[in-house]
Design a protein around this ligand. Structure first.
Ligand SMILES: O=c1nc[nH]c2c1ncn2[C@H]1C[C@H](O)[C@@H](COP(=O)(O)OP(=O)(O)OP(=O)(O)O)O1
Ligand SMILES: [Mg+2]
Length: 188
């Protein structure tokens, strides 16, 4: 059965990836480009759930809706910048983010996507996808966020930005989170 589901995001690059990731499913996806508030927290699930609750409030109950929040965590910084990566990116740019780790040999990082989905009864379900990698000086086109400075362990030396969207989606944080979400939806 085809399900109508609303995805709330104001990020066009994110939307494009999500459309690709859900393209084989029975979901009729629509987008609401609302800029929702994001909690200040290091608990990524809490942030996504609060964002989803706000989406339900704005759009009205009864409509299945989801949001996702994406974080970039540095092991050396015990998880920061995490969800704050958006603001670091805006204020400092890629080069200075890479330089933050100059004095530390540990460049390990995780890209994490947390999806929060409110079903038609308002029950919220959470799905998480994680990709391990490291922070490197920027390589590849700067089309999407921090893609040029994140090199996943499984990519044979390419940054996300150097990969095709198809290849990125196979191993990405977002790809993994949406694989779980897809599986959940197809069982409903
Ligand atoms: O795969 C990705 N590759 C590179 N960069 C990425 C990726 N995914 C999100 N990003 C960036 C966008 C934003 O600077 C921050 C996450 O913040 P995040 O709140 O999830 O995204 P957003 O505010 O742009 O969109 P939304 O309207 O869905 O909240 O990392
Ligand atoms: Mg956001």
């Amino acid at each position: 059965m085809v399900q109508d589901i609303v995805f709330v995001t104001g990020n066009a690059n994110k939307l494009k990836e999500v459309q690709m990731l859900l393209s084989g499913s029975d979901i009729n996806l629509s987008n609401e480009p609302l800029d929702l508030d994001e909690l200040q927290d290091t608990d990524l699930q809490k942030i996504a759930v609060a964002k989803c609750q706000q989406a339900v409030q704005v759009l009205g109950a009864g409509k299945p809706v989801f949001v996702e929040d994406t974080a970039l965590t540095f092991q050396e910084f015990n998880g920061l910048p995490g969800a704050y990566i958006k603001w670091f990116l805006k204020s400092m740019g890629l080069e200075k983010i890479v330089q933050m780790l100059d004095n530390f040999p540990n460049k390990s990082a995780q890209a994490i996507t947390t999806i929060a989905y409110a079903d038609s009864e308002g029950k919220i379900h959470v799905f998480e996808g994680i990709t391990d990698g490291k922070i490197v000086p920027a390589r590849g086109p700067t089309a999407f966020g921090w893609d040029p400075i994140f090199e996943p362990l499984e990519s044979h030396g390419q940054t996300y930005a150097e990969m095709t969207k198809e290849d990125k989606n196979v191993i990405s944080h977002r790809g993994r989170a949406f694989a779980k979400f897809n599986q959940f939806l197809s069982g409903n």
